[in-house]
Design a protein around this ligand. Structure first.
Ligand code: GLA
Length: 704
């Protein structure tokens, strides 16, 4: 038993006060304040009203019913119906300034629980638990969650929803009584239920309010909840949804939860995002990678789909290089039997009918043009129409005796099948060793239904083995860069990002749709990990048309690429691609290292996005007109995040072709350079220009 003590973990501006005794409880997670810990404790201890249990009941880091917590418990399990209500007593605490590791035990139930909790200088906290069965019989774990408390002033949530081609949509809801729950049972991170949410004080905004953002780093089934307890306390809980029988621990066996990340800011959503972005750059992205410039892509998918002719592809590459592209990626359609989406998956051998001279001449051609070469794979998938399936019908992730529905005509390979796992590694390794491949796009185009291995539930294990396959590939090919794609943005989370370098945010390249997709993604991810491509003017997923200016400026604020067939594009369009590629190259260091700001607008029909360099010497601001202006005039552009006292030169660097033709005249500052201080820009601002719906204007600020 450990004596009562208050542990103080300090980040940069955030603090965690954790009460330790026989159990651990976070008493404060918020603004860091110095002072006397004994007085802090007195200030934070709660009264005990009549009509409830006679003592104060703590919301421990893993709430236990046996302790009198009536909320969703941290652990639910049993040993043949016994040991179902564990109460853990702390045995050991290891702590330093920013981290604590707590070992607790319930001897009677035969369980040990290790809790890790830490904070870092980017003010992101992370926590996870490990449960070990210390007794003889098997312990069945039904639920195993991470729990973090929220203060009673939290009464609003921002949560995510979405679908294929419409990822990362956000909505607001109040949190007064009851709670919120989101369940993802689709087997991958999913388009529908991005594993994150933000809780905050009433009407928290981009620039103000106290917010606590959460991200659960797991690429499979999950449950997130935020509850208001009957006594008004609030908490957030995140867990893997384990299928029945999926976790059975023999004596000595353990299970560890994924990491739950959280970040508090009293500067609203921008403050929270900037902390997450810094953390992703410093601690999530594969090391040594974060600061490298990101090459401009051309991805062949929407240009040629399954229609591969190496000569033609080489022409595409030549023209791509002329436009300034730096990495050329052959998407789906290059391997045996892959003429449409009905067959071929699993047969990771070059289609020699399409590529009679092999892939090497194409790779060499791309390299000779000074570009890197990339290739598409979808390793975890199989079509019944494939050699692989005919040879190994038992490799499906399925339960024998049932027919499960297909998704895009395909099934999933059971990664617990060792032969299948080895086959996939060998095939990837073959291509990566044989050709000069700098990058792969790793896709996953269907949801997982009835994941069975030898009859047992295998959803969580499948995710772990996917990570393992990625790790093995990276270990063997450490310079390889990987994009995580799952029919667009179906597998985007921090745990994947530890092993990959960027995400394909959406199959939707429509610039208008991308404005909200990219905005939603920006709350948790910095721009450089978000693949954003200029598509053809006729958008393949919405059948809408946009000017090259609007497409180019929308793609500018991510990791830019082009997704079309340059051979078929006219001169004017190509000049447009060239222009935005050049613009991206000029500003990518700023865009990929600076601070992202989502700037509130007076008119909801506009969206303003900015990136300001770390030293506040330079900024790019994009004003996008999403819909018809609500009023004849759209108010003011106020830019936060600059140095108050510094003077900035303000200039327009890109605007719609018809900019001056649609009004009597536009605001003078958009026509002639102005010089304004940071504080002016923040407090008073500049008059908004008048724009047609689905157009944008790009502004640059340079410190004088
Ligand atoms: C998914 C991806 C696309 C493309 C196709 C290829 O839909 O999201 O970008 O790679 O697969 O089949």
């Amino acid at each position: 038993m450990v004596d009562n003590t208050l542990i103080n973990l300090i980040g940069h501006q955030t603090q965690l006060l954790v009460e330790m005794g026989s159990f651990a409880e976070i008493l404060h997670w918020g603004q860091a304040i110095e002072g006397d810990l004994a007085s802090f404790r007195q200030a934070l201890h709660r009264p005990v009203p009549y009509g409830r249990l006679d003592t104060d009941i703590a919301m421990t880091l893993s709430p236990e019913l046996g302790r009198g917590v009536f909320s969703s418990p941290g652990i639910e399990g049993h040993r043949n119906g016994l040991d179902w209500s564990p109460v853990f007593i702390i045995k050991e605490i290891n702590t330093d300034k920013q981290a604590v590791k707590i070992t607790s035990e319930d001897k009677q139930a035969g369980l040990q629980l290790i809790t890790e909790l830490s904070i870092n200088n980017n003010d992101v906290i992370q926590t996870r638990h490990t449960l070990t069965n210390t007794k003889q019989d098997v312990y069945h774990v039904n639920r195993f969650a991470n729990t973090l408390p929220l203060p009673a002033r939290v009464n609003e949530l921002m949560t995510y929803y979405g679908r294929w081609v419409n990822e990362f949509q956000t909505q607001r809801q109040s949190l007064i009584q009851g709670g919120y729950q989101q369940e993802n049972r689709r087997g991958r991170t999913s388009h529908e239920h991005f594993p994150a949410l933000v809780a905050g004080t009433a009407h928290f905004g981009e620039l103000d309010g106290d917010v606590w953002g959460f991200h659960f780093a797991w690429s499979g089934n999950h449950r997130l909840r935020v509850d208001v307890k009957a006594d008004g306390r609030r908490f957030m809980q995140a867990e893997v949804i384990y299928l029945p029988g999926e976790v059975m621990l023999s004596q000595g066996e353990s299970i560890t939860t994924p990491w739950l990340y959280g970040s508090y800011s009293n500067q609203g959503l921008n403050g929270m995002s900037q902390q997450f972005h810094a953390y992703v750059r410093n601690s999530i992205l594969p090391s040594g990678f974060a600061k490298q410039p990101r090459p401009i892509h051309l991805n062949t998918w929407e240009g040629i789909y399954f229609d591969h002719d190496p000569k033609y592809i080489m022409d595409m590459a030549t023209q791509s290089a002329e436009m300034g592209v730096e990495r050329f990626i052959i998407d789906d359609g290059w391997f045996t039997g892959r003429n449409n989406d009905k067959g071929g998956l699993g047969d990771w051998f070059l289609d020699e009918k399409k590529y009679p001279d092999g892939l090497k001449p194409v790779v060499d051609h791309v390299n000779a043009l000074g570009m890197e070469f990339g290739l598409w794979f979808e390793p975890e998938m199989i079509n019944k129409q494939s050699h692989l399936y005919r040879q190994h019908p038992d490799w499906l992730l399925a339960i024998e005796g049932y027919e499960q529905p297909t998704g895009r005509n395909q099934y999933v390979i059971d990664l617990q099948n060792k032969d299948a796992f080895t086959y996939l590694f060998e095939r990837l390794d073959y291509f990566l060793s044989q050709y000069n491949i700098a990058y792969i796009k790793w896709d996953m185009n269907r949801e997982i239904v009835q994941p069975g291995h030898s009859g047992y539930a295998a959803a969580a294990k499948q995710v772990e083995l996917y990570y393992q396959l990625l790790d093995m590939v990276r270990e063997k090919h450490p310079k390889l860069e990987i994009e995580s794609c799952a029919a667009g943005g179906g597998r985007i989370d921090f745990e994947v990002l530890k092993r990959t370098h960027r995400f394909w945010a959406s199959d939707n390249n429509d610039a208008l749709a991308r404005q909200s997709i990219q905005r939603g993604m920006s709350y948790f991810f910095p721009p450089e990990v978000m693949g954003s491509h200029i598509g053809a003017s006729y958008c393949h997923s919405t059948r809408r048309r946009h000017s090259v200016e609007f497409r180019g400026l929308t793609a500018l604020f991510g990791h830019m690429g082009v997704e079309l067939d340059p051979v078929k594009e006219n001169k004017e369009e190509k000049q447009g691609f060239e222009r935005y590629i050049q613009l991206h190259k000029t500003y990518r260091t700023l865009l990929h290292n600076g601070h992202t700001w989502r700037i509130p607008c007076d008119d909801k029909a506009q969206q303003v996005h900015a990136v300001i360099s770390d030293d506040q010497s330079e900024a790019l601001v994009l004003i996008s007109q999403l819909a018809m202006p609500t009023y004849a005039l759209s108010g003011m552009l106020r830019i936060p995040g600059l140095n108050d006292l510094a003077l900035y030169r303000i200039s327009v660097i890109d605007k719609p072709g018809n900019y001056n033709d649609i009004v009597n005249y536009q605001p003078p500052w958009t026509l002639h350079e102005s010089q304004l201080s940071g504080v002016w820009c923040r407090e008073i601002g500049l008059t908004m220009p008048i724009l047609d719906p689905e157009s944008a204007i790009l502004i640059r600020l340079q410190r004088i």
